[in-house]
Design a protein around this ligand. Structure first.
Ligand SMILES: [Zn+2]
Length: 94
């Protein structure tokens, strides 16, 4: 049994994969592989783009800070944030 037949007979393989594979097997093998590689590339770019939207570099450096007097807490990227209410230097709670 070749790899293609294994995937087509695998219960755990997705319906989408089986359908894509079955349709690719009806095509010219060189064309099918070239298109599959294009598909793989654009899907990887899409995933990278979505990950960057979900976890932008700015958000990763942001952190929660609290006012020592307890009047305020918020998320900031500012390295030395001050409390908007009392002007105290805010700190990063443990
Ligand atoms: Zn304060």
């Amino acid at each position: 049994m070749n790899e293609c037949e294994k995937i087509l007979g695998d219960f755990s393989a997705s319906f989408w994969l089986k359908q894509a594979l079955a349709s690719a097997l009806e095509r010219d093998p060189v064309d099918a592989l070239a298109d599959a590689e294009v598909l793989s590339e654009v899907l990887r770019e899409r995933l990278d783009r979505l990950c960057t939207q979900l976890y932008p570099p700015d958000l990763i450096t942001a952190r929660i800070v609290e006012c020592p007097r307890g009047c305020n807490s918020h998320i900031t990227k500012d390295p030395t944030p001050e409390c908007a209410a009392c002007g105290s230097r805010m700190y990063e709670p443990e």
